[in-house]
Design a binder for this molecule. Structure first.
Ligand SMILES: [Zn+2]
Length: 871
């Protein structure tokens, strides 16, 4: 009776369930024909309408049957199964009122001839786009649909978009008797979106070529990522804005009320160093005026909006510059022998205890400032409790106050952002300490902790196959089972083709924390059909590889051998050195096994999923090869691209395919590489993406001189041939990169402005000596300047002006090309290049270095002459 529902007279509610249902369940589709109808309220929320459409979509993908969606007012008499999606008159008549359920609760329930998919819903915004700080959209009904699709009908969403949909194929779709009601344990289950960076976002302002050319793709992928999160039942019922709360206090109070800012060793108030980010200034938290100001601002907001109840009081970012006044120090608790013994008894090593709690060499303050900070937060909490008992004070357990305080109970109206578990894989000692620290906060009476990890952001497998599913899965289980109230992961960086199982596992456990990690992984790998076991082995292999490579207590020292300044960049670059060809070979072998198995007994969909993993593996190997080349090159070396360029061209071809498939956030990949000082050596591809030239070389970055010329007097003084040695404060350290941003982000300029009390650079001079062997250059090569930020520029070679760049050329974002002969450059002979950039309206700069480059056609001709081809 496929079409009966659409004719005949309107059904009286009381007759709805006269049609007999099977005792064993309901048939939604039979032999590829719909035997059910989806019924919504007459005015459903957007999220309820979407729930109906998602159900319709998946049933059609599964069986070929397009099940109709009707409003209940249009419902005609039918003996089809009625699938009620979302609250409606029909549900009310059945005595079901989802509006009275706890937030985001979902119901999946059969009743007579009906299937009820409903939940607590609220908000009319796009359910796939919960704005970070705006009011939450609650989508219980949507979860009910996804729950049915996942748990009853076996749908999996491996990664965003169609290529990640694993929808079982069957012509008849039946479900058993169901009576499920679930409420999420966390009021917020959140991975921050990986598409926040885009055109107009630094540093894309300056290397926009790849991003701009893919703008439409970016919007699509962004949408698909939100959809994926919803399908995994990520979401929120309460939203609150928080973050480093006092970033403008240096500007506000440096002169007017300096005593609210941290006191430094020399007695001054403010940041501890002129180069230190002013937004990172710390407060003198023992000064009662600090609390007065915060409470005053809260009261003002509360007067405007009486429902305002989340007071953001997170101290500023950065781990240095904390107050040294005696009153603040008096709130610190000495790390006694007794405490030392306590941590030894907990299994900590001496090194761990020292690294965590011993006074820092850098500032001679205690390693942990938690007692100080939570004395402050308790006082603030007490004040707020008096005037606004419903309000919560949002604070961080972060930075130097990340470890639970000693012998101090924290106020119950603190909502504490617990920042930790950053680094996966972890060695056993660190892992134990992280878990103990979380439990210690609970023992300190922290009632409302939300988890704010950077563990996706800092997963050291940028574009390389990786898994930390077991450790990360076990940890989110521990946190949820021990009372965490929300999560906010920074950031869903979207390495799907190389790391999807870890995202999947962590997301999945947010709703079902009692699942075993291996069962979740089994669910993921099940989508590969006969290839399941090999795919499981593939990701277990990578998890072992990274455990082996990274899970050492001395990992930071090891990473310094790859990159001397160490830090996060060192840890990322470490992957290039510590992984081996055989790791990739083993990965390829496992994927081949999966492919053989699927080709024997599986289907095209499973092969398509496997293809994504295969692209991920190829991408990873290229990433690894390219980063090894980058690791072998320091800022003191001239950079030649003959070896790396063909690898990059292949890498970006794979990115294009992965982007189209929705199986990698190619924007994050590019952003991260540019933002973190070109640590993988791929930035040059963004400079040259889609251009008519390919790079041949660029001179060592360390050999460039930079000097400001605010009064525009240096041209006359002969800087065109020789910039004098810059003063000491213009000297740069190895971490200061000259070409990645506008000059105001270059540390020596920050020092120059603060030390020499200068206002603006206005004219920036860049100079270096090139020395290119004759056999490395060809007559058609050119001097190539990909990007200038400013209002005009001039270029000299050996003191001769070879090019004046106009404002129009800069605005057109065209590269500046000067032929070698035109520039008077002869291969094999040293020459001096000088560039003066003028920027009259704000900071400017030479963005990206100057290159020697070759017309693309020449490369092809050369390859043809040699009779070989590249991919
Ligand atoms: Zn102080």
């Amino acid at each position: 009776m496929r079409t009966a529902w659409c004719r005949s007279f309107a059904l009286a509610l009381g007759l709805l369930f006269v049609a007999a249902a099977s005792v064993y369940g309901l048939t939604l589709v039979k032999d590829g024909q719909p035997t059910c109808v989806i019924v919504t309220a007459d005015n459903p929320y957007p999220s309820q309408q979407l729930a109906a459409e998602e159900l319709q979509y998946h049933l059609e993908q599964m069986s070929g049957a397009k099940v109709p969606i009707v409003r209940e007012a249009d419902l005609q008499e039918t003996d089809a199964v009625l699938v009620f999606v979302g609250q409606s008159e029909n549900l009310s008549a059945l005595g079901i009122d989802t509006t009275s359920l706890p937030p985001e609760t979902m119901i999946v329930k059969t009743k007579g001839n009906a299937l009820i998919l409903a939940g607590e819903d609220g908000g009319t915004k796009d359910p796939y786009k919960e704005s970070y700080a705006s009011s939450a959209v609650r989508t219980g009904t949507l979860y009910a649909v996804y729950d049915l699709l996942q748990d009853q009908l076996g749908c999996r969403w491996l990664w965003p978009g169609k290529s990640g949909e694993a929808i079982p194929q069957r012509k008849t779709v039946e479900i058993g008797e169901l009576d499920i009601q679930e409420t999420p344990q966390l009021f917020r289950r959140h991975f921050r979106g990986g598409y926040r960076v885009g055109p107009g976002t630094r540093p894309y302002d300056y290397v926009p070529r790849y991003i701009d050319s893919h703008a439409a793709l970016r919007d699509r992928l962004d949408q698909e990522e939100w959809q994926w999160k919803k399908r995994l039942k990520m979401g929120q019922s309460v939203s609150f804005a928080y973050g480093h709360a006092f970033t403008d206090w240096m500007d506000k109070y440096e002169n007017t009320l300096p005593e609210v800012l941290a006191m430094q060793a020399d007695g001054h108030r403010g940041t501890h160093a002129v180069t230190y980010n002013r937004n990172y200034v710390k407060l003198c938290i023992s000064n009662p005026k600090v609390i007065d100001i915060i409470v005053g601002e809260f009261m003002a907001k509360r007067a405007e909006d009486p429902s305002f109840r989340f007071l953001n009081a997170c101290e500023n970012d950065g781990s240095w510059g904390f107050c040294r006044c005696p009153q603040c120090a008096a709130w610190d608790k000495p790390f006694t022998d007794e405490l030392y013994q306590k941590y030894l008894d907990l299994g900590w090593s001496d090194k761990q205890i020292d690294d965590t709690f011993a006074p820092s060499d850098k500032d001679n303050q205690p390693g942990s400032l938690s007692n100080r900070y939570f004395t402050f937060y308790n006082k603030l909490g007490a004040r707020i409790a008096e005037i606004a008992p419903d309000a919560l004070v949002v604070v961080y357990a972060y930075s130097r106050y990340r470890y639970a305080p000693f012998d101090l109970k924290v106020a119950t109206n603190l909502l504490i952002g617990f920042v930790g578990f950053h680094f996966y894989p972890m060695d056993a000692g660190t892992h134990r300490a992280e878990r103990q620290n979380y439990l210690a906060w609970r023992e300190a009476d922290a009632k409302q902790l939300f988890f704010r990890p950077n563990s996706f952001y800092y997963s050291f497998a940028h574009g390389i196959p990786w898994s930390a599913a077991h450790q990360m899965g076990e940890d989110i289980k521990l946190l949820i089972q021990n009372g965490i109230v929300a999560t906010d992961y920074d950031t869903l960086n979207g390495h799907w083709a190389t790391g999807a199982p870890t995202y999947y596992t962590v997301a999945r456990l947010h709703w079902d924390p009692d699942m075993q990690v291996d069962d979740v992984l089994g669910e993921f790998c099940d989508a590969f059909g006969p290839g399941e076991a090999s795919v499981k082995a593939y990701f277990d292999h990578w998890e072992e590889v990274f455990q082996e490579a990274y899970a050492h207590p001395d990992i930071r020292d090891r990473a310094k051998k790859v990159y001397e300044p160490g830090g996060w960049i060192g840890l990322f670059r470490y992957a290039g050195e510590v992984l081996s060809e055989s790791d990739f070979d083993k990965g390829a072998e496992l994927l081949t096994q999966a492919e053989v198995a699927i080709k024997r007994e599986g289907n095209e969909r499973q092969l398509a999923h496997l293809h994504v993993l295969d692209l991920g593996l190829k991408h990873g190997k290229l990433m690894w090869q390219i980063s090894r080349i980058a690791n072998a090159t320091t800022q003191n070396d001239d950079v030649y691209y003959a070896e790396s360029w063909p690898l990059m061209a292949r890498l970006f071809a794979i990115r294009d395919e992965l982007g189209e498939l929705g199986a990698a956030n190619v924007f994050w990949l590019n952003y991260f590489e540019v933002y973190f000082q070109d640590m993988f050596g791929t930035r040059v591809y963004q400079d040259f993406f889609d251009r008519d030239y390919v790079p041949v070389m660029t001179p060592a970055e360390a050999n460039w001189t930079f000097s400001p010329d605010p009064k525009d007097i240096r041209e006359e003084q002969g800087w065109t041939t020789q910039i004098p040695q810059p003063p000491a404060y213009m000297k740069r350290s190895s971490g200061d990169r000259l070409f990645h941003r506008e000059w105001d982000k270059f540390n020596p300029v920050i020092v120059w402005k603060n030390t020499a009390k200068k206002e603006a650079v206005v004219n920036g001079w860049y100079q270096t000596d090139f020395d290119v062997p004759a056999d490395r250059l060809q007559p058609t090569d050119v001097l190539y300047v990909p990007c200038i930020l400013g209002t005009s520029a001039k270029i000299w070679v050996d003191g001769n002006l070879v090019r004046e760049v106009t404002a129009e050329e800069i605005a057109a974002n065209k590269p500046i090309v000067v032929g070698l002969a035109e520039a008077g450059i002869q291969p094999g002979r040293k020459f001096r290049l000088t560039v003066k950039v003028t920027s009259l309206d704000g900071p400017g700069g030479l963005i990206g270095p100057v290159y020697l480059a070759r017309p693309k056609i020449d490369i092809r001709m050369r390859i043809n002459l040699k009779g070989s081809a590249t991919e």
